[in-house]
Design a protein around this ligand. Structure first.
Ligand code: HAX
Length: 441
């Protein structure tokens, strides 16, 4: 058995036993009172999901298996001491719950490089069958679904596998899928934006470095940025749309390709991952309308106010859980300040950060007026020449696979059941408020 899988089994089986015992012996414990508002405002703050890979704190931000982003930077293996942590290491940490050694990370890099060679040809054929004008997320998701012909999980299930072993073919499928996503993403990028001039993978490179290479970016700085990007977008606990959708669809014992595809359909929404592309549209429209990429604070304030008055959102700002500036925004800003402090788009992002929170606060309704991860990621990529905004959500998706798919393996390790909450009618909720419909007229 491969050493990552072996360690996962050693760590996973006792935890799965603990969970069973917890439910059996303490299943009737009341853990939370919930309000009508919580249910009807997007189920915010309801503790309804079991996710171990990461936890989001409203004030502090994300911790991956209890490690903050600065701790990841200090503790995870890197290619060079001043570089960024390798996403392979973060995957191991999220999957196994332990900080990996360099050797374990090298194992994953080599394994992903090997597995990436097994992409079925029809995955490229279905991409090629789509018009180039189809959004890259459509092409990405179509290829993910097409690759489900290779699902180990479906085969093991129909062959009659014991439930307690479901995690095993899920692990195999997840390892295949993650290994192949950078090849698919780079293929779409070169197809749509670089005249189908494809660049083969370099098996000597790490997973994220290879993605930059296959997209056509050879500088070490872009490879560093890609490693950072892949780490920062990997997971955001279990309730965000892409994680929740992957988990929910997986609960029907759908294979990892179906499950991840569901998550990616959610990521493609403008309130979630597509916000990174929308931020660039908003910034470029601002530059065009004001005729400068160095506007005054007053000009930015008026432009932002105008967006709100039109009943639109300012993309890249706000969050359903966070109540402070997203540390993932800050990490990217720190990277930019270190390597490209004078890039015009970075200067603009800094200026907007000075102005927009007050504009959003003044609405009196926005719960978090601060920037999220998407407020800067596109400006950073475009400052390095990756100016094709349509690919940004795909890059987010490649990264998000690390978290949601390690959680999916844990779902099968835990023997998580089919997810099936109850729904109620509007009349039921009105009744619960001890009022009559007429009281609301
Ligand atoms: N601009 C304008 N209005 C905003 C806003 C923003 N950036 N953020 C929130 N609001 C509004 C909401 O639309 C809502 O208005 P209504 O009451 O009229 O419906 C009100 O403020 C309260 O919203 P909230 O409770 O603060 O925020 P939600 O939890 O409902 O939504 C969102 C969180 C992230 C969806 C929201 O802040 C938003 O739309 N932001 C802009 C889009 C964006 O950047 N999305 C990416 C988020 C991070 C992420 O998932 N990345 O993948």
């Amino acid at each position: 058995m491969d050493p990552v899988k072996q360690r996962l089994l050693e760590v996973g089986r006792p935890k799965a036993e603990m969970l069973k015992k917890l439910i059996r012996e303490h299943g009737d414990k009341v853990i939370q009172q919930i309000t009508l508002d919580q249910v009807l405002s997007g189920m915010k703050g309801i503790n309804a999901l079991l996710t171990d890979t990461s936890k989001l704190d409203a004030e502090e931000g994300i911790r991956f298996r209890e490690h903050s982003i600065p701790e990841l930077r200090a503790n995870l293996p890197k290619i060079s001491p001043d570089g960024e942590p390798l996403p392979e290491g973060l995957f191991y940490l999220m999957l196994v719950g332990e900080v990996p050694t360099q050797q374990q990370v090298d194992f994953i890099s080599t394994e992903w490089s090997r597995r990436a060679q097994g992409i079925p040809h029809h995955a490229f054929d279905v991409i090629n069958a789509l018009p180039k004008s189809a959004h890259p997320m459509i092409q990405f998701n179509t290829a993910i679904l097409a690759m489900s012909t290779e699902s180990h999980f479906r085969k093991a299930y129909t062959d009659g596998m014991d439930k307690k072993d479901y995690w095993d073919p899920m692990y195999e499928g997840v390892m295949d899928l993650i290994s192949r996503l950078p090849v698919i993403a780079a293929y779409i990028y070169r197809r749509v934006y670089h005249n189908e001039q494809y660049i083969p993978a370099d098996p000597s490179l790490d997973w994220a470095g290879n993605l930059a290479h296959m997209m056509g970016y050879e500088s070490e700085e872009v490879k560093r940025l890609m490693r950072l990007y892949m780490v920062l977008h990997a997971d955001h606990e279990g309730g965000n749309v892409s994680a929740h959708a992957t988990h929910l669809v997986g609960s029907a014992l759908s294979n990892p390709y179906y499950s991840f595809s569901a998550g990616m359909n959610g990521l493609a929404g403008p309130l979630h991952g597509m916000a990174n592309q929308d931020v660039m549209r908003w910034l470029n429209d601002l530059i065009k309308e004001l005729g400068t990429n160095d506007p005054s604070e007053e000009q930015i304030r008026d432009y932002a106010l105008n967006t709100i008055e039109q009943g639109r959102v300012i993309p890249g700002y706000g969050h359903a859980v966070l109540r402070k500036t997203d540390p993932r925004f800050m990490e990217q800003l720190n990277f930019a300040n270190k390597y490209i402090p004078n890039a015009p788009m970075i200067k603009l992002v800094r200026k907007i950060y000075e102005v927009v929170p007050d504009v959003l606060l003044a609405t009196g309704k926005v719960k978090n007026p601060y920037p999220n991860v998407d407020a800067i990621s596109g400006s950073l990529l475009s400052s390095y020449g990756i100016t094709e905004h349509g690919i940004y959500t795909v890059l987010f998706g490649v990264s998000r696979a690390l978290g949601v798919l390690s959680s999916l393996i844990w779902d099968r390790m835990y023997g998580s059941p089919l997810e099936r909450p109850s729904s109620q009618t509007l009349e039921w909720f009105i009744n619960k408020a001890d009022i009559k419909p007429e009281d609301l007229k």
